[in-house]
Design a binder for this molecule. Structure first.
Ligand code: ADP
Ligand code: MG
Length: 320
């Protein structure tokens, strides 16, 4: 991946005016965005995702103490600008961890360094105990660390289902090997059936299965975000990194996205969410890392962050 085509913000950015969710292709009123009963079906607490007190990882049956993502001494400069300056943090398994900070704090650069979109000048990134620093983005994804990608222009002319079928899969190494090995027609069919089943399962989970035949280009901003997350899940990751997943998403879809994220976390997935909206992160994450001017300013629970004088100053002093 060339660095020159990487913008200051590797994923969907707030700069891109995403049309509001006027539901251009929403056909099924049962699954309309305002569906407030979704959270009740599985007997989960009757609160909205944005008010929900984060459960502890223990509640999710995830072993605590393990840190799938370990970032140490990351540094990246652009010309004279030190975008990321000696950044170190861990992300604990089964948590929703937020990475926040004012504009220009270095969040997206950190995200791009972790996911292999940019190479660091110094520092290491380890995932599940193995060093992944400098690996290509697809190699990192294959190790189980997924990120979302904006739906590319070519993919807008394909349907949601086609987008899902074309999404990068886990175990690419194995399928490459398979592709040169003699393999029976039955085996091919079996693999395709399994893939299709998984695709439908994920579409159903994100409640976009009714949009399967819709062109991706016709989706609303929020529906695109759901498709982007659905595609990322197909790589069978352990952990997902999301850069401003709620940018340009209307409040009801934001709530739905948050519910999906909480549900996935309860299934054991680990999340690192990059976001400039402090309240959103405070209300939904059990752990928050605050960046300011390329450095980690504070790392702690939402309560600890809220009490931090430096954090308050950074936010009030900066152009948030
Ligand atoms: P955030 O995501 O927290 O808003 P960024 O990581 O995008 O911050 O940016 C951190 C700093 O690095 C900013 O000063 C930004 O202008 C600079 N920067 C980021 N990417 C590039 C790039 N590709 N070229 C030059 N400067 C960059
Ligand atoms: Mg950014």
């Amino acid at each position: 991946m060339s660095e020159s085509d990487d913008t200051t913000d590797g994923s969907t950015s707030t700069e891109e005016p995403i049309e509001n969710d006027s539901k251009p292709v929403e056909t099924d009123s049962e699954t309309a965005e305002g569906d407030s009963t979704a959270a009740d079906e599985d007997g989960s607490p009757d609160t909205t995702a944005s008010e929900r007190t984060p459960d502890t990882p223990e509640d999710a049956g995830v072993p605590t103490g393990s840190t799938p993502l370990e970032v140490e001494g990351l540094r990246r400069t652009f010309g004279g600008i030190v975008a990321v300056d000696d950044v170190s943090f861990d992300v604990e398994a089964g948590t929703l961890t937020g990475l926040i900070g004012p504009n220009g704090a270095g969040k997206s650069t950190t995200f791009n360094l972790i996911t292999g979109m940019l190479e660091p000048d110094a520092g290491t990134v380890r995932f599940n105990g193995e060093e992944i620093t400098g690996l290509q983005p697809h190699e990192i994804a294959n190790q189980g660390l997924a990120r979302t990608f904006q739906i590319a222009r070519e993919l807008e002319e394909m349907t949601v289902l086609e987008n899902m079928m074309l999404a990068p899969k886990g175990q690419v190494g194995e399928s490459l090997w398979r592709s040169v090995m003699p393999i029976t027609r039955d085996e091919v069919r079996e693999q395709e059936t399994e893939q299709l089943e998984r695709v439908w399962e994920v579409l159903d989970f994100f409640e976009i299965d009714h949009l399967a035949d819709e062109y991706a280009g016709n989706l609303s901003g929020g529906q695109r975000k759901l498709l982007e997350m659905a595609r990322a899940l197909l790589t069978d990751p352990d952990m997902l990194l999301l850069d401003e997943p709620f940018a340009g998403v209307n409040p009801s879809l934001e709530k739905r996205l948050l519910e999906h994220i909480h549900e996935l976390r309860e299934q054991g997935y680990t999340f690192l969410i990059v976001e400039h909206d402090m309240d959103l992160i405070m209300n939904n994450c059990e752990r928050v890392i605050v960046m300011h001017q390329g450095r980690v300013l504070k790392d702690g629970t939402p309560a600890e962050i809220k009490e931090s004088e430096e954090v308050i100053e950074a936010y009030l002093g900066g152009e948030v």
